[in-house]
Design a protein. Structure first.
Length: 400
């Protein structure tokens, strides 16, 4: 079969007119290609594959036409079946569309499978991304929490270091029998040191307020320990303050000396009795051990010495009384032990020797005053002791 003639017939069937007009058929058919059926059909579209078959049959070069009429005649049937044709290789979108038209059920199932696969893949990608985001946020929160923890605990520890420094300084003075007399003579400085420690402790508390979740257990323990030490410091200050008030009242000229000294000695007895120290008990060693274990033992010993001195002033001819014996048990200093010995108080030579050996910078004003009073009562010269005490006072205070 003539492939060119077949193409002309197919062209006219599709478009309703021949490829070339009759007058110019021979001349045009030899020189030009016919207009594409897609452009000649008008309002009714011509399938692109069918137009391609027509144009391939009408090629000027026979080598470019279909090899036979039989092979060309089967191509329209392929177009109707929706299959791709060899004359115009279709791209993958067109081939897929044609395959979908031929097999709609399989296409729907494939599309559904692809959608499910896309949904699963998208969900997996979202899950992995969400997990990564959550891990990042957790790591960020952990870093912020760690930074806040370091800041809070460092601030609290710095404040606690200051509080402990003030308390150590206070306790060092209370544990030094030579420095404690200076502190007792300026009792308000004791309270000031405790107050400075409390202010630093309160700064530590303020740093922890609102940050309880990041406060370290060690910091919590330090706060509780400093609080307990502050409570003991307050209690010790109140006791020392009471002893100082008793001493000050004894030497304040309100009424006659004997009445004032009598009230002071009674208050000393009440004070030590409230602490569980019965001055009249025979077991002075046990009572002395109880005083030694006190954080203000030297302040208590100073109170006992003052009590003994007041007793001697009331009755100069008597011995030192039980207060001096308890002070001897609580303070084993060799020189002060001799000073508190009742036999020495009755011996003018022993008192004179004791006054010659005294280191006035290491003894309390109460002991020095009592020693001077006993020297005067015994008829010994107390002027040298007085001059030493005044000279030591000037050196300590910075006077020249």
């Amino acid at each position: 079969m003539d492939v060119y003639a077949l193409g002309a017939i197919l062209y006219e069937c599709v478009t309703g007119r021949p490829p070339f007009r009759p007058r110019r058929r021979l001349r045009r058919s030899s020189r030009w290609s016919p207009t594409s059926p897609c452009r000649r059909r008008g309002s009714t579209p011509v399938p692109r594959d069918l137009a391609t078959i027509c144009q391939k049959c009408l090629e000027k070069d026979p080598a470019r036409r279909y090899p036979s009429g039989g092979s060309a005649g089967g191509r329209p049937a392929a177009v109707r079946a929706g299959e791709p044709i060899a004359a115009r290789p279709a791209g993958w979108p067109e081939r897929a569309a044609k395959w979908a038209r031929r097999r709609p059920t399989a296409a729907v199932l494939l599309a559904a499978g692809l959608l499910i696969l896309a949904g699963v893949t998208g969900g997996a990608v979202w899950y992995v991304g969400d997990r990564a985001r959550l891990r990042y946020e957790d790591a960020l929160r952990g870093a912020e929490l760690q930074y806040r923890s370091r800041q809070v605990n460092r601030e609290a520890d710095d404040a606690l270091d200051q509080a402990e420094l003030h308390l150590r300084d206070l306790h060092a003075q209370l544990d030094d029998p030579h420095r404690v007399h200076e502190l007792l003579s300026e009792i308000e400085r004791w309270q000031s040191m405790v107050e400075q420690a409390r202010q630093a402790w309160q700064r530590a508390l303020s740093a922890c307020v609102g940050n309880e979740d990041v406060v370290a257990e060690e910091t919590r323990a330090r706060i509780a320990a400093v609080q307990a030490r502050l409570s003991r410091g307050d209690a010790s200050y109140r006791l020392a303050r009471e002893l100082d008030d008793i001493r000050a009242e004894a030497y304040t000229p309100i009424d006659d000396l004997r009445s004032r000294l009598g009230r002071a000695t009674a208050k000393y007895a009440t004070f030590f009795s409230r602490l569980g120290v019965d001055i009249d008990q025979a077991d002075k060693a046990r009572l002395g051990s109880a005083i030694t274990s006190s954080p203000i033992r030297f302040a208590l010993v100073a109170g006992l010495d003052n009590w003994a001195g007041l007793t001697a002033v009331i009755n100069p001819r008597t011995a030192t009384g039980p207060a001096a014996g308890l002070a001897r048990a609580a303070d084993p200093d060799p020189w002060r032990d001799r000073f508190r010995d009742p036999a020495v108080w009755r011996d003018r030579a022993a008192l004179t020797q004791l006054a010659g050996e005294v280191d006035v910078e290491r003894q309390s004003p109460t002991i020095l005053a009592t020693l001077g009073q006993r020297l005067y009562v015994s008829g010994a010269n107390s002027a040298a002791l007085y001059k030493q005490a005044v000279s030591a006072t000037r050196v300590i205070s910075g006077c020249t």
